[in-house]
Design a protein around this ligand. Sequence first.
Ligand SMILES: [Ca+2]
Length: 171
Amino acid sequence: MQTESCCDIIQIEEEGIASKSFSGRPASLPINVISQTSSVTIRFTTDNSLQYTRGFRLIYKEHGTGQTLPCGAETIVGTSPVPLNSPNYPNNYPNSLSCTWSFFAAAGQQLLINITDMEMEQCCDKLEIRDGQNGRIIATLKYSSINEPLLYTSTTGRLYITMTSDTSVPK
Ligand SMILES: [Ca+2]
């Protein structure tokens, strides 16, 4: 995308949630936005001067049960829970995986993680939860099963979840 940064703006709007605005030429593309609700409005507003030929292009797709956040996704968490599962869940996850998902709370809010199911190769595959800008590790999980939900809370409103697997025996 490329628009006039002052004045030609793409807004992604959802009912009850602060809209996200984009303009200019973002340093990093693509930008992934995951909605909190099932309905999204894309609004493109231009002023009366300076046109760029490029404009923008976007792709949207359904992101529901059975799918998951893609590796590397950065998600701003609102009041609705955001489901996350390993790739291919509930079937075997891939070997040689290294996936990090980033979660950010609204200002002043904290994040709560509730892990409800886990089956991993104990020796060699793991899920790591890191808290805050510097990524302090608050949990390293490598369970073949869990009997009750595992709960973790951020202290900073930022959490990073990394899943790594070795080259064999996915679960
Ligand atoms: Ca493995």
